[in-house]
Structure formats: structure tokens, C-alpha cells
Write a protein that binds this ligand. Structure first.
Ligand SMILES: [Zn+2]
Length: 178
């Protein structure tokens, strides 16, 4: 089930999905091949639902643990300098402002970088190295790819594009809410 803004919210059973549908709370974005029959009609079981009313995520905001893996997930395994996507073992964490220049190990100062980019940048800031960040480093409020895909053994193909969706962890969105 997705939020009104298409952010993945949670996994619901097909029974719950139909219940929400009949209550007019959701719309069906994608159907599965499975069908259920009632006395009067046959319905395709929804595969992806979207809530019609936005559920503010702030209420259940949790602190995303700062870790190497979570930084990679936030940055979608993309080097924040060259923009290429890499496997985990080819990625490093880069201090945007280097430690020697007073940069700390925080969400706002750590980005994913491929090994060559990290080496090239060295102990310099992006400005000094003339290597622009493709995106400003921010603190994520949630990481849907982990929370959702870990709760099912295999992520259905239909869900993948939604799970990869930009999750809006930018500062601006935070400032605008409420
Ligand atoms: Zn790179």
C-alpha cells in the first residue's frame, strides 16, 4: 500500500486490500492475476494500492540509524559525484567536508562515492576538488527499501518500481510539512 504521494507505506493482506477498496479509501494502481469471486462479482486482487488521503509520516517518524548500508540506500547505491550505480563492495563513504577540514561523520556530511571518485577527491571539499555533488546530503527519515523488502522473502516485481521511488527525504519537504 502506497501513500497518496506514492511512497510505500506497508504491506497489507489481500483481504484488507479489498476491505479498504470497498470503503473507498484506496485506489488500485496495479492488479495481480489472482481473482476472488463473490456472489455477484469477480474481482482481481489488487497488487498495489494507493491511499486517497495522505497519511502524514511524521507521526511515526523514526530515527534512521546512521550506517554505511543506510547511506548507500539513501543514495541508491549511486556515487554522488559521477552518478554511476555500483555494487556495495565498490562503494565507499565520503566525507563531503573532509575530517581534516572539520567535517563530521553525519548524514549531512557523508555521501556514497565510488572508489575512483573518492580517491580523486582526496582531502578536499567538492568545491576545492571541482567535483559537484549530484545531490545534497540530507538526513533520511525513513528508508522504505529496507523496511518493506525485508518483511517479504521475495519482493514481487510489481512492487519494485514503487520501492525504488524517491522517498522525499529532502530538507525542503521537511520544512514544508505541517
Ligand atoms: Zn564516482
Amino acid at each position: 500500500m502506497l501513500n497518496a504521494t506514492f511512497e510505500p507505506l506497508q504491506i497489507v493482506s489481500w483481504q484488507r486490500a479489498l476491505q479498504l477498496l470497498f470503503q473507498g479509501k484506496v485506489e488500485v494502481i496495479e492488479e495481480s492475476e489472482k481473482e476472488v469471486r463473490t456472489v455477484r462479482l469477480t474481482i482481481r486482487v489488487p497488487a498495489v494500492l494507493r491511499l486517497l488521503d495522505y497519511v502524514p509520516l511524521k507521526k511515526k517518524k523514526h530515527v534512521v540509524r546512521f550506517s554505511r548500508t543506510n547511506v548507500f540506500i539513501r543514495d541508491k547505491h549511486k556515487c554522488q559525484y559521477c552518478g554511476n550505480t555500483f555494487q556495495k563492495n565498490h562503494l565507499t563513504l565520503d566525507h563531503v567536508t573532509p575530517v581534516v577540514q572539520g567535517g563530521d561523520k553525519a548524514w549531512e556530511n557523508i555521501v556514497t562515492a565510488c572508489k575512483p571518485c573518492n580517491q580523486r577527491k582526496g582531502g578536499r571539499t567538492p568545491q576545492q576538488a571541482k567535483m559537484a555533488l549530484i545531490r545534497k546530503a540530507t538526513r533520511p527519515h525513513w528508508l522504505p527499501t529496507t523496511s518493506i523488502s525485508f518483511s517479504v522473502s521475495k519482493t514481487p516485481d510489481r512492487w519494485k518500481i514503487y520501492l525504488k521511488l524517491d522517498t522525499g527525504y529532502s530538507d525542503s519537504e521537511d520544512d514544508n510539512s505541517d
